[in-house]
Write a protein that binds this ligand. Structure first.
Ligand SMILES: *Cc1c(COP(=O)(O)O)cnc(C)c1O
Length: 383
């Protein structure tokens, strides 16, 4: 199988054929408990579903293959996977993360730092010298990055961040929810663990909550993460695992379509009179475009943000004037979404008031451009 392109392998879920029936889709195993044989031995790998489910096996195999890792673990949500990573950090150790990043993960870091005497430092995502200053050799356990960073889409150089993390004795974990393995394989750039909110592009249909971790190597930390999943019970349901694998089979075509449309939309609105700035890694004007060209090999993703000429109220109004873009949070689904990010993140948000976050789906791109044009046109925010 190794001679085939990843896109080929993922479409066939690693050439899956059910051994018992020849079915080209895997069966769903709903059992929570599994009977032992005459010698009182387990028949499969599991005795009880909190430690895993046979429906995960192919899903995790495909995920490990996609990211080029040694193994993968699926979780009940992205946040459950993130929490499991940070459960491996000991009291008096230290975590480094970007100052602007996926807000839910940052809220979680602040909480464990306060409750457990774990050090926490933030760095400016566009400044690796700031990261160098933030790590504490011998004390930093995990450097967590996200690229492109939500919702400014700042691109972080994974290889450079890995070097900084490793020189301090820490691991580098990368949230690649937006830069899926279609375009970025973080482990190839030296990351130790890659994280995906599989709720987003991996599943792609806004109907499953799931998280995925992929590791470069099988080590003690990975074992501990698996222990946490079992004992905290942050396991995925078997039906959700099945749906997720079905969604992943079309990851490449969905992601490529969304990326192409996003680039077209970014270019179309870059000099629009109602818009101050378009944030998108595929634009030459973007902070991280050069790194993105090295690090994102098959498109720059389907996520972009508009800084509109106007205030929070006007930005929110635009988000409710679109007909096609749905005014909802989340991302990576087949349907296009628009949201006023500062409202979603709440009063502590560092996100500019005039920022609208767009998740581009797989609809016709001219329809999407037209919808944004009419919404911006209704408001004359540039006047
Ligand atoms: C959604 C998201 C998460 C959290 O994942 P859930 O599946 O919602 O728990 C983490 N990071 C990023 C970048 C996300 O978009």
């Amino acid at each position: 199988m190794s001679n085939y392109k990843i896109e080929t392998l993922v479409a066939q879920a690693c050439h899956y054929i059910d051994a018992a029936t020849g079915g080209v889709n895997l069966p769903i195993q709903p059992s929570t408990t599994f009977a032992r044989d005459a010698d009182y031995q387990l028949v499969g790998n599991q005795g009880y579903s909190r430690s895993g489910n046979p429906t995960y096996d192919q899903l995790e195999k495909v995920s490990a293959m996609l990211d080029g890792g040694a193994a993968a673990l699926c979780f009940a949500s992205g946040m459950a996977a993130i929490a499991a990573v940070f459960e491996t950090v000991n009291i008096n150790e230290h975590i480094v993360a970007p100052r602007v990043m996926y807000h839910g993960a940052q809220d979680w870091l602040r909480r464990i730092s306060e409750k457990r005497a774990i050090g926490l430092s933030f760095f400016e995502a566009d400044d690796l010298d700031d990261l160098k200053n933030a790590v504490q050799p011998g004390k930093t356990s995990v450097v967590w990055i996200e690229t492109p960073v939500n919702p400014t889409w700042t691109v972080i150089d994974i290889a450079a961040a890995a070097e900084i993390a490793h020189s301090a004795g820490a691991i580098l974990a990368v949230d690649c929810t937006v830069a899926t393995p279609v375009t970025t394989r973080a482990l190839d750039f030296g990351a130790d663990i890659v994280f995906h909110s599989a709720t987003k592009y991996m599943n792609g249909h806004s109907d499953v909550l799931a998280g995925m971790l992929v590791t470069a190597k099988l080590d003690d930390r990975w074992e501990e993460i698996n222990f946490v999943r079992t004992h905290a019970g942050s396991v995925l349901g078997s039906f959700e695992a099945w749906l997720l694998l079905r969604g992943m089979r079309t990851l490449f075509i969905r992601y490529e379509k969304a990326s192409n449309s996003a680039l077209k939309i970014a270019r179309h609105f870059e000099n629009h009179p109602a818009i101050e700035k378009v944030l998108y890694p595929g634009l030459e004007s973007h902070q991280g475009h050069d790194i993105a060209k090295r690090q994102m090999q098959n498109g720059f993703g389907g996520m972009l943000s508009f800084l509109v000429k106007g205030d929070a109220d006007q930005a929110r109004q635009i988000a409710s004037l679109t007909h096609l873009f749905l005014p909802a949070t989340s991302l990576g689904g087949v349907e296009s979404l628009i949201e006023h990010r500062a409202t979603i993140e709440g009063p502590h948000s560092l996100v500019p008031d005039n920022l609208l976050r767009l998740s581009i789906g797989i609809e016709n791109s001219d329809d999407l451009v037209g919808d944004l044009e009419q919404a911006l046109g209704c408001l004359h925010v540039g006047d």
